[in-house]
Design a protein around this ligand. Sequence first.
Ligand code: RTP
Ligand code: MG
Length: 143
Amino acid sequence: MAIERTFSIIKPDAVAKNHIGAIYNRFESAGLTIIASKMVHLSKEQAEGFYAEHSARPFFGALVSFMTSGPVMVQVLEGENAVLANREIMGATNPAEAARGTLRADYAASIDENAVHGSDAVESAAREIAYFFSAEEVCPRTR
Ligand code: RTP
Ligand code: MG
């Protein structure tokens, strides 16, 4: 088993509904460790840059509008197979297809407002972590 880091966002819908604590509890209960965390209200430029891979997709404008509609929590999660583990905790992109007990099944209202983001690969995780956190802001456990 590989110890990995992944990048996570609690999106504006879930922050607005006060689900931060419940979602952090899911991460920690699943054995993932929060090693960096902060609240940010994304600018349009930050959101466009973060989701640049989707810039040609029809939903891009709505995605950027949603992601800038209120503050988000951004965090780095560390643990065994953290990238896939977090995707499993999150559930499918469309909450209608998300398995029972996943974050999107429990907290997402629609495919457009789906509560959480998680990196889809180790490489994208490294890029996304660096997009939001300096090296000093990442605090691995020492005990
Ligand atoms: P995320 O990046 O936010 O973790 O979501 P994901 O990997 O599960 O899905 P992705 O394909 O990366 O899409 C990013 C976000 O764009 C919105 N989306 N809408 N209407 C649509 O068909 C559609 N497809 C994607 C979702 O809000 C998704 O989280
Ligand atoms: Mg994605």
